[in-house]
Write a protein that binds this ligand. Sequence first.
Ligand code: ZN
Length: 141
Amino acid sequence: MKPNSTVLLGSLNTEFVTVAYMVERYCKDHHLAKGADKNTQAEPQWQSALNLCAECSELLAYAETRLDRCPYGEQKPACNTCPIHCYKPEPKDQMRQVMRYSGPRMLLQHPLLAFRHLWLEKQAVPELNKQMIPNRKKRKM
Ligand SMILES: [Zn+2]
């Protein structure tokens, strides 16, 4: 089962699924492998498609909220090229560790998602404009 977000639309959900697999891979090798308990909460729905400890579930929920509120909406650039720094320092640091570890490993496990992301990193960051609608606003329209 794919860890789809039930709130994110289109490319933002693809982005979420990518980051979900990356957090899962990191958690598997760093937390669950060392005896951390798997989070067995049923909500949100993506939880049941993933093996994550409580800490990583929280990090991924945070990522989902940031994607939901991203002012670029579905035109969102790759996070590491984005001029807006929307993560708080602590989750930012956690996420950086996840990316560093899981990034190269994604090429083998989820090559399509990995290549999509690498392609996105090569694109110019779009200028924010009024046609861009944050997901949170869009899903309430
Ligand atoms: Zn974890």
